[in-house]
Design a binder for this molecule. Structure first.
Ligand code: C2E
Ligand code: CA
Ligand code: CA
Length: 251
């Protein structure tokens, strides 16, 4: 009953789809699709999240078999829960995924939240192992957790995903609207790439480009979709050239 949808990650400058995030759905009977916000927390509490993660990795492997031999510049990101970072099995499953998708370094990304790794020696060890294999690490929902700057410095990370709440505040009077700018300068000094989440308007796109954010995902560009649709979309946008700086590609 579980299946995956994929939301494109877009290069803000060119409009190309450079990657995608895998998001789980639960099909219950013919009519009802349940979102992960409902069942992921329950699975975590019940100690079942490992099984779910295993299934997600398996489904990505099935959908995206051999994909990176055809599309070496593409990436697929998947979400890990805190408990996944305590388990060597996660490493084994991701090893298998690297093999089945023909992944080279940079083709697979795991997304973790700050809660996932703050106090744990083991989590750092697992993340280090993954990174040594060429799997990139993204901090999800950045800015909503502990945002321990020292930890960000010590851990080897690759991407920060700016939480939707900050993207929403862009151009408003809200106190948090200036925070995005600070996140950008911090990411620059830590040499991390930025992905803005939940981008819904052209104004947000303009503002994000303006402050130097490179990548985004959100309904402005595309909602999560089936794997086949994703690959068709990637192919359609391949011909897009890098436009002038002041030009913004329409969704
Ligand atoms: P997330 O990792 O922050 O994923 C982004 C969520 O924002 C997704 O919701 C996506 O559909 C939604 N979204 C993207 N663009 C927009 C937008 O422009 N506007 C709005 N309003 N929403 C947007 P989704 O798919 O319901 O996932 C919710 C959360 O469930 C995810 O948040 C993630 O934390 C968790 N999740 C999803 N799939 C998995 C999974 O396979 N494993 C684990 N452990 N967690 C998962
Ligand atoms: Ca995520
Ligand atoms: Ca997120």
């Amino acid at each position: 009953e579980f299946f995956l949808v994929y939301q494109p990650i877009v290069d803000l400058r060119s409009g190309r789809w450079i990657g995608a995030e895998a998001l789980i759905r639960w099909q219950r009977g013919a009519e009802e699709t349940v979102g992960p916000d409902i069942f992921i927390p329950v699975a975590e509490q019940a100690g079942l999240i490992g099984l779910m993660t295993q299934r997600v990795i398996e489904l990505v492997g099935r959908d995206a078999q051999g994909v990176f031999s055809r599309r070496p510049d593409f990436h697929i990101a998947l979400n890990l829960s805190a408990a996944d970072l305590y388990s060597e099995e996660t490493v084994r499953w991701l090893d298998e995924l690297m093999a089945s998708t023909c992944a080279a370094p940079g083709n697979l990304i795991v997304e973790i939240t700050e809660r996932g790794f703050t106090d744990s020696h083991k989590a750092k060890e697992v993340l280090g192992t993954l990174r040594n294999k060429g799997i990139k690490i993204a901090v999800d929902d950045f800015g909503t957790g502990y945002s321990n700057i020292g930890l960000l410095q010590n851990l080897k990370l690759d991407y920060l995903k700016i939480d939707k709440s900050f993207v929403d505040s862009i151009g408003t009077e809200a106190a948090s609207s200036g925070v995005v700018r600070h996140i950008v300068s911090m990411a620059k000094s830590l040499e991390l790439d930025l992905i803005a989440e939940g981008v819904e308007t052209k104004e947000q796109v303009t503002a994000l480009l303006d402050i130097g954010v490179g990548f985004a995902q959100g309904w402005y560009y595309a909602k999560p979709m089936a794997y086949g649709e994703l690959m068709a979309g990637v192919a359609n946008r391949e011909k897009l050239v890098r436009p002038h700086k002041e030009m913004i590609v329409e969704a």
